[in-house]
Design a protein around this ligand. Structure first.
Ligand code: RIB
Ligand code: CA
Length: 315
């Protein structure tokens, strides 16, 4: 059993990642969910994950975090996630539960330092909370097993031609985390797209149970960008982190040096992946695991079977 804490900006794919972890509770124990501004305001992100937990009757600590990047103005991804950050689920009942009365980094510090075993952090948004946690309480580094993040890319981008949104949104925070020495696993844009869920597979959720129908509604909004572009699938980005924890063999990856471009005019937030090999770089200290590809059918099978398990559990 691996103990994990999720940190993200729910967010359609953040929510589905949470459900994937919840549905595989025989392998993953979710100790908490810390929220950060990214897809929407931190208030919206906090309300969104609480809404989902209340809808299922699940009680897992939620702690609100930072409302803006370290040094840059906050700029949400409202065009992808809507004004609420979870459009498509707006009609679902508003949350009645409240977040815990601790800031996200206090919750993280207390949970990490009191744990009897190391904890894995799963990050799915800008790295603001994690950067400040590591800077404010450096002793927590010893208690973190690794950080598995949806973040970065090997060669492509979404926020910019060569930069992925979570890193782009707060590149200064990303640099702190990448330089921290904590082992990082990057679920890159490439790995997320390699594990895309077909629109036809999403359609099959409509006839499912309570959770499948919730995810169908969420994906109906989230996939409109894919439909507009004439794609036959959607990358449910953040879910890739949980899939890696559940079945790493689904993925191809390389361990390599990765640095963050903090101030590039055209490349702010680029994850500079250096796999030139030993001729040029000698034993890169603190290599990161960069996920590159995925077995799409196995991703889809695990996603759909987990939704069925959740339908059985939450009626
Ligand atoms: O680039 C994709 C990432 O940005 C995902 O985490 C998505 O939720 C958005 O935050
Ligand atoms: Ca996210």
């Amino acid at each position: 059993m691996r103990k994990i804490i999720l940190d993200g900006d729910p967010g359609h794919d953040d929510v589905i990642a949470f459900l994937m972890a919840l549905g595989n509770s025989d392998q993953l124990e979710v100790l908490g969910f810390t929220t950060v501004a990214g897809n929407s305001t931190v208030e919206n992100c906090t309300a969104n994950i609480l809404k989902i937990m209340d809808y299922l009757g699940v009680s897992i600590p939620v702690a609100a975090g930072y409302s803006a990047p370290l040094c840059r103005p906050f700029d949400s991804a409202a065009k992808f996630h809507g004004e609420t950050g979870l459009d498509g689920a707006a009609a679902y009942p508003a949350a009645h539960s409240k977040p815990v009365p601790l800031h996200a980094i206090e919750f993280l510090k207390e949970t990490l330092l009191s744990a009897e075993e190391k904890i894995t952090l799963v990050t799915m948004g800008p790295l603001t909370n994690i950067a400040i946690l590591l800077k404010t309480f450096p002793q927590v580094s010893e208690t973190i097993e690794e950080i598995v993040m949806m973040g970065g890319s090997y060669a492509t981008g979404n926020a910019l031609p060569k930069a992925e949104f979570n890193i782009y949104a707060d590149p200064d925070a990303a640099k702190i985390v990448f330089d921290s020495g904590v082992h990082l696993v990057l679920a890159t844009i490439e790995a997320c797209f390699a594990g895309g869920i077909l629109l036809t597979e999403q359609e099959s959720l409509k006839d499912g149970g309570k959770v499948s129908r919730l995810v169908y509604d969420i994906l109906k909004f989230y996939s409109r960008y894919a439909i507009t572009n004439g794609w036959d699938r959607t990358a449910i980005f953040d879910m890739t982190t949980i899939l890696y924890l559940l079945a790493p063999e689904i993925f191809t990856y390389k361990d390599m040096r990765v640095d963050i471009e903090v101030n590039g005019v055209y490349t702010r937030g680029m994850t500079v992946c250096d796999d030139r090999g030993p001729t040029y770089i000698k034993n890169p200290e603190n290599p990161k695991r960069v996920l590159l590809g995925a077995d799409r059918q196995r991703v889809a099978d695990l996603f759909l079977s987990t939704m069925k398990k959740l339908d059985e559990r939450y009626r």
